[in-house]
Design a protein around this ligand. Structure first.
Ligand code: TRP
Length: 366
C-alpha cells in the first residue's frame, strides 16, 4: 500500500543531518511509483482564487500538474473559493478571480477532458464532510498550525475568524472527498496535509471498524525554485513585483527593467550572497531550460542591463504561446463557464458517493 508508511510529518525534524527531509525522500520514491504506475494515483491540488497566477506559480506548481496529467495520473483541481472569504477585497471580486484561474489553467495546458476543475462552493457534499471532520481534530491542534499562525500574523486582522482558524480541516475535506492519495504541495502546505492525514486516520479508527474509508494521502513535494519578485522580496500578486502569465510582453519588459540588482557588474549565480541577481538568472534559465551557472557565465561582464535583456527575451519567448492560448480562451466566456459546470458536476457526483459512504459508516443513514 502506497499510503501505509505511517509517516507523521509533524514529528520529523524539518531537515535531518544529511540535508534531505523525510518528505523529500518519500517524494522521490513516489516519483518512481508514478512513472511505473500512474493509474494508482489520484491527485487533488488547487489554488485560492486571489488573482492571476504568476511565474512563481508556474515553475512552482502549474508545470508539475501538467506533467502529472500528461503522465496519466488522474487529477482534480480545486478552486478554493470558500477559503478566501475572509479576505474582503478578494471576496468582492470572486467571479473574476475564479475565471482568471480557469484561464490560467487552460493556458498552461491543464486539459479539462482529463482533469476536473471545480469550485468549493458548488459542491455541497464536500462541504458537509467538514462537520464530522471538525469533530476529529482538537482546538489545540488547529492552534498549532504554523501556516495558519503565519497567515494570521500577516493579515494584521484584529480578530481571527472561525473560517480562518478551521480552514485546514476544510482543506482535508477538499482532499478526502475524492479520496485523493497524492497532493503536490509546497513546504507551506505540509502542516495542512498532516491535518488531513490525522483526520483520515482518526475517521478510519473511530468509524471504519477495520475498513479504511479514507486513504492517508501523501505529499508530493516539488522542488520549487525560489523565485523572488522584481523588488527582491517574495514574489506575490499583492506586492506588484510578479510577472503574471497574462501580462503583455511590454508590461513584462517594464517590470524586469525596474528589477532590483546589485552593485557588482560581473553577473554570477550565487543565490545565498546575491539573491536578486541570482533570481533573475534563475528565471532566465528556467525559461531557457538551461543551467543557471551557464546563463550567468554567458552574460559575465556585460552587467545588469544585459542580464535584464536576456531575462526579458527568455520570459517573453517562453510565455508567448501560453499568452496566445490565454487570450484565445478569454474570448469565449461560455467555454470557461462550461469547464466549471462540467467539473462541478463530476466533483459533485464523487462527493455525493463519499458522503453516502461516510454517513453509512457513521450509522447516520435515515
Ligand atoms: N491552501 C491552498 C493554497 O493556499 C489552496 C488549497 C485549498 C489546496 N484546498 C486545497 C491545495 C487542497 C491543495 C489541496 O494554495
Amino acid at each position: 500500500m502506497i499510503t501505509d508508511f505511517g509517516l507523521d510529518y509533524s514529528a520529523e525534524p524539518p531537515v535531518p543531518a544529511d540535508g534531505i527531509s523525510t518528505v523529500q525522500r518519500r517524494s522521490a520514491a513516489l516519483e518512481e511509483l508514478i512513472h511505473r504506475d500512474p493509474g494508482r494515483f489520484r491527485v487533488l491540488t488547487g489554488d485560492r482564487p486571489t488573482g492571476r497566477l504568476h511565474l512563481g506559480h508556474y515553475f512552482g506548481t502549474l508545470h508539475n500538474r501538467v506533467r502529472l496529467q500528461d503522465l496519466g495520473v488522474e487529477m482534480l483541481v480545486i478552486i478554493a473559493d470558500y477559503q478566501v472569504l475572509t479576505d474582503r477585497d478578494v471576496a468582492d471580486h470572486l467571479t473574476e478571480h475564479v475565471e482568471d484561474l480557469v484561464l490560467d489553467y487552460l493556458a498552461v495546458g491543464v486539459d479539462p477532458e482529463r482533469a476536473t476543475i471545480f469550485t468549493h462552493s458548488a459542491i455541497p457534499a464536500l462541504n458537509q464532510l467538514l462537520l464530522p471532520f471538525l469533530s476529529l481534530i482538537t482546538v489545540a491542534e488547529l492552534s498549532r498550525n504554523p501556516t495558519v499562525k503565519e497567515e494570521i500574523a500577516q493579515s494584521q486582522q484584529s480578530s481571527v475568524s472561525g473560517l480562518m482558524f478551521t480552514y485546514p480541516a476544510h482543506q482535508a475535506a477538499d482532499i478526502l472527498f475524492c479520496k485523493a492519495n497524492l497532493v503536490p504541495v509546497g513546504q507551506d502546505q505540509l502542516p495542512h496535509l498532516e491535518v488531513t492525514r490525522t483526520i483520515a486516520r482518526r475517521f478510519n479508527n473511530r468509524y471504519g471498524n477495520g475498513v479504511a474509508v479514507f486513504p492517508e494521502p501523501d505529499a508530493l513535494l516539488s522542488a520549487a525554485p525560489l523565485l523572488l519578485g522584481t523588488d527582491g522580496t517574495k514574489m506575490s500578486k499583492s506586492r506588484g513585483n510578479a510577472i503574471t502569465l497574462a501580462a503583455s510582453a511590454d508590461e513584462t519588459a517594464k517590470l524586469i527593467r525596474g528589477a532590483k540588482t546589485d552593485a557588482h557588474r560581473h553577473i554570477t549565480y550565487e543565490p545565498a550572497t546575491r539573491p536578486e541577481v541570482s533570481s533573475l538568472v534563475l528565471l532566465a534559465s528556467l525559461c531557457l531550460g538551461s543551467d543557471p551557472h551557464q546563463v550567468a557565465e554567458d552574460i559575465g561582464g556585460r552587467g545588469a542591463s544585459a542580464l535584464k535583456e536576456t531575462v526579458t527575451e527568455a520570459v517573453n519567448t517562453f510565455l508567448a504561446p501560453i499568452r496566445d492560448r490565454r487570450a484565445l480562451y478569454a474570448q469565449d466566456r461560455g467555454h470557461i463557464r462550461k469547464v466549471l459546470r462540467d467539473g462541478n458536476e463530476h466533483a459533485t457526483a464523487i462527493a455525493q458517493t463519499t458522503l453516502d459512504e461516510v454517513r453509512a459508516t457513521m450509522n447516520a443513514l435515515y
